[in-house]
Ligand binder design. Sequence first.
Ligand code: SAM
Ligand code: SF4
Ligand code: SF4
Length: 336
Amino acid sequence: MTAPRDALDRPIRDLRISVTDRCNFRCTYCMPKEVFGRDFAFLRRDELLTFEEIARLARVFVRAGVEKVRLTGGEPLLRRDLESLVAQLAATGVRDLALTTNGSLLTRAKARGLHDAGLHRVTISLDSLDDAMFRAMNDVDFPVTRVLDAIDAAADAGLTPVKIDVVVKRGMNDRDIPAIAERFRGTGHIVRFIEYMDVGNSNGWRIDDVVSGREILETLQRNWPLVPADREYFGEVAERWHYADGAGEIGIITSVTQPFCGSCTRARLAANGELYLCLFASRGHDLRALLRRGATDDELFATIAGIWSTRTDRYSEVRADATPDLRKVEMSHIGG
Ligand code: SAM
Ligand code: SF4
Ligand code: SF4
């Protein structure tokens, strides 16, 4: 059985696996408190895929062409004993196995345990170095020092290169861009500034709140000369730059102002086993039902290949034509 290509001739290379839709943060751009409050209906335990189910699907995805697997959420470290899932995923032989986390639960012991289980690297989200701004953005009063400790713990455990993702929101953390870049220059960590996106329907996104990649780049260039880095592979999302003085690499992700759907090779598996073909999709394809009905690996492969081969998604390229009432899945459900 050959690896599938979608209707726009894109292969499937990356699989993002959300292991939970829950989070201990309430970042205003992702899980605003007013929507994700006490009454919000999160997935029940029996609705979540088990680690064995996730690993089984991952094996099939690797057969279909996936080379990179990333665990995400919600906050993935809320899922107990994530090390055991990591070990099962490492055993699929996937080339690159990574985790995206807010860092709040990434202690030294956890970082070592994940590394020993076979995790290659982590991306840690960090929107500001200013404690008051960081607390305002996570909206649960979580102190920035603990995330900085998590970054050190990840690096010391060998989960490298550590990537640090910063979602930039105008009037909030945009003034912190130079300080964040400065803090991690020369450390080997890779900071990536991300345009604030209109994922889901609950974050009250307005184009005016987006700081464009161009503006971010100009801000950086006012402080340091940068040279463009070569693209490393098809489907790479970040525009990468090197500091001219050799102090390392920096990335900018321009999903809003310069979409990259033409080379989008990502599939997303929600914690309940729904497969999504785009970050902005309205519906997913239920793989859990198939698993629990006793489908064989060949049947799973054929279903996944069939779904992928019909994929036409390219939301960011047609954003301007989308109707305002388009229902989109929330980021915390499918994983960022
Ligand atoms: N909880 C983990 C974390 O924050 O790293 C993993 C899941 S989170 C949904 C993954 C990434 O999505 C984070 O880096 C977060 O900043 C980003 N994100 C969430 N909402 C976003 C938005 N509206 N626009 C751009 N990035 C967003
Ligand atoms: Fe939680 Fe990550 Fe969303 Fe923040 S961005 S609310 S940490 S899932
Ligand atoms: Fe991929 Fe959809 Fe994002 Fe385009 S909008 S890059 S198709 S996830």
